[in-house]
Write a protein that binds this ligand. Structure first.
Ligand code: SF4
Length: 401
């Protein structure tokens, strides 16, 4: 239950108001998570619940407001529902059986565009006779022949069990999140992680990418040595045959100066960027950054996925602009965005620089890169920029290329 949401498959329920999305989600989970009533539009906001879907593993179920909501507030709610498409790994599209005469899967193009697999669920089958249900099945089987359709009712437990089993089966065939370094460091290899304990380090704990990398090493039989920058020199002299040094991006330059020239070096954020996104695309973003030197009034959007207090050592607001201005030898106009929502006005920028995205699932980052591509705006991330600023980008990505 401690698995972060970023590492859980997001299963999202879509459909019109009163199709029975909330009831099905509650039945699958076995808890009254989402409010249910006969009144259209009871679910006005998205409702998420992290659960262990046995035997598949940790997932997040997300219930959404009706895709046919009305009025000004209704439109805002539809907008909110559509935002969940950016993080959905799997969709369940619920249709009330009484609505099948004008059946429409409003979001199917959106699912296809984002490569979101989905199941269509025809719900409330207890409200029609067996004969009518057989006719409906035959008709729909013909009309929606390439789609996976299930027939459910929360009053008929076996139909919910069938849905759960089908969901698990489909999730198991989904792409498995890539390992962080298990594919590049051999079993029994040694990795040194350098974590500065400075004003930015949270008291008494490590941050998610650091914890995830330690876990990835344990999962793949890689020996990890975790040191602060102060102890790096002595760690290097203690150990032989170090396969890789992974550092916090902020001290790239220092770490590079401390380790032998032929030792592999990268950063936590480059490792995360590779796992969550498209490393090639993010490297190309650095080419764009270089070209801004010759552009008049360039504008950069710095995007962080979590809101937090800023400080004099803040990486996004302070360090990144400083490094870029110094490296390019000019002042750039920076804009900052924080939180879950990815700005819509991407075309106004020459480049997007994204944080390490450790709290985002792979699908969300994949969609953000896609949105940038569609807007014709290159994207890169903190780790790349800091490695470039330190003059060691090629070295920092070499192990992955
Ligand atoms: S701002 Fe980005 S890198 Fe920092 S914790 Fe949030 S998702 Fe991770």
């Amino acid at each position: 239950m401690k698995t972060p949401n970023a590492n859980r498959k997001h299963i999202v329920f879509y459909g019109k108001r009163n199709a029975g999305k909330s009831s099905i989600m509650n039945s699958l989970i076995g808890q009254e998570v989402s409010l249910v009533s006969d009144i259209k539009g009871t679910t006005t906001d998205t409702v998420s619940k992290a659960v262990e879907l046995i035997p598949f593993g940790p997932v997040v179920f997300v219930d959404t407001g009706g895709i046919d909501d009305q009025g000004t507030l209704g439109e805002l709610r539809i907008e909110k529902t559509k935002k969940t498409l950016e993080s959905a790994d799997f969709a369940i599209y619920v249709i009330d059986i009484e609505e099948i005469d004008h059946i429409e899967i409003e979001l199917d193009q959106e699912f296809d565009k984002r490569n979101i697999p989905y199941i269509i669920v025809i719900n409330k089958i207890d409200q029609v006779s067996k004969e009518r249900l057989d006719i409906i099945k035959e008709k729909l089987g013909f009309r929606l022949k390439n789609k996976e359709i299930l027939y459910t009712s929360v009053e008929v437990k076996s139909t919910i069990d069938d849905l759960r089993n089908k969901l698990i089966e489909r999730l198991e065939t989904l792409e498995i999140e890539d390992t962080l370094i298990g594919d590049i460091v051999p079993y029994n290899g040694k990795v040194i992680m350098v974590i500065p304990i400075d004003a930015e380090a949270p008291k008494g704990r490590l941050i998610l990418p650091q914890v995830q990398l330690i876990r990835d090493c344990l999962d793949h039989g890689i020996k990890s040595y975790v040191v602060s920058d102060r102890e790096l020199e002595s760690a290097i002299s203690d150990l032989k045959n170090i396969e890789l040094v992974v550092t916090d991006s902020k001290i790239f330059k220092y770490v590079e100066s401390m380790i032998p020239k032929d030792m592999n070096l990268t950063s936590f954020s480059i490792i995360m960027a590779r796992q969550k996104g498209d490393l090639k695309e993010l490297i190309e973003g650095i080419d764009q950054l270089k070209s801004l030197k010759n552009k008049d009034n360039p504008r950069i959007l710095v995007m962080e996925s979590c809101s937090h207090n800023t400080s004099h050592e803040d990486i996004g607001r302070v360090k990144i602009p400083k490094v870029i201005n110094k490296t390019l030898g000019k002042e750039i106009e920076y804009h900052f965005a924080m939180g879950k929502d990815f700005p819509k006005n991407l075309k106004e920028y020459d480049l997007v620089i994204h944080c390490g995205s450790c709290m985002l699932n792979k699908k969300t980052m994949f969609n953000r890169i896609r949105l940038c591509k569609e807007a014709g705006v290159p994207i890169t991330n903190y780790g790349m920029v800091l490695a470039y600023g330190a003059g060691i980008l090629d070295r920092a990505v070499e192990i992955f290329i």
